[in-house]
Design a protein around this ligand. Sequence first.
Ligand code: GLA
Length: 383
Amino acid sequence: MSGSDLRNEVRESFTALYGHAPESLWSGPGRANLIGEHTDYNEGFVLPFALPQRTVAAVGPAPAGEWTVCSTFESECVSFGATEPGEVTGWAAYVAGIVWALRDAGFDVPGARIALDSEVPVGSGLSSSAALESSVLTALIDLGGLDLPLERRPALAQRAENVYVGAPTGILDQSASIRCQAGRALFLDCRSYEIKQIPFDLAAEGLAILVINSNAPHQHVDGEYGARRKSCEDAARLLGVPALRDVPLDGLAAALEKLDDDVMRRRVRHIVTEDQRVLDTVALLEAGRVREIGPLLTASHASMRDDFEITVPQIDVAVSAALEAGAYGARMTGGGFGGCVLALIDVDRAEAVTAAVADAYGKPGFAAPTCWIAVASAGATRL
Ligand code: GLA
């Protein structure tokens, strides 16, 4: 569906549901992380970009203290008043969580009627949840004229997800969906929240990022994510640093010697080397040496596969097939255990790489992958 079709549909569905036109439309994008995986909650570095696929929210006013949200994905609308974490569950918890986090931060949140639709694939590691959060957050801020600067918004959306929904995620997804710009990748320091917009116009170089959705069922995601996070935090404690970000690359060997547990050592090695790969990727992009980031992407994948152990066979096969078909580099993006691979390719190789991955999936009998080219897009906005 084109973006304008989606907008028309959401506008029409709002009008059909509530009997009047919405005040306006807002949208928030899904995200891909170019590099820097699981570094966010270790207070390190990430480099995401926003996807063209967006969640669109048509929003209009409601009486004070009343919120209703309907989605084309769900048969039932959900209405709620002022709630505490956990009271609204399921998909609507992301919306109730945003309302809660805003109110908890002292804002007078306007009542609202909301109709939602989305092009962001759910369960593919492209952060459909952040797209939902950022579209609703931006709408409520605009509707209520709330004074919440852009740089403070990701932490508030993260709080909705951590405290209200109960998912222990870092700040990567919300930052990407809120702060990314078209044609740029977002270099974020997850400790200071400082950002730098990095030029990422691949088409100008004859290049593209091919997204390969493995369509592998997401399994054990929550428990495994929490286990990785705990292992990193335990390691930081044992090493006597505030976060693994504070272990420098040239201090890695010494740090690893202090840890007895082999699994924990590998988790630490992934985080410390991954932070450095983000910095190296940023330096190459800023120098216009875009093709040269390929080996860093591939090294990141190997680290996620062997040290952080968050990949699955479908993902590893997609990376290998893309590389064999001529990609400069390829890696899984997102939290892991399924989801998508990003491959840096010459734009005219898109069909060949897509065919190679499909072919590689046929042999072990994996469900067919879905591939498309992702262009770095804008963050959440009023439409
Ligand atoms: C998920 C989380 C993020 C981040 C990534 C891994 O997307 O929501 O906070 O930790 O995994 O990089």
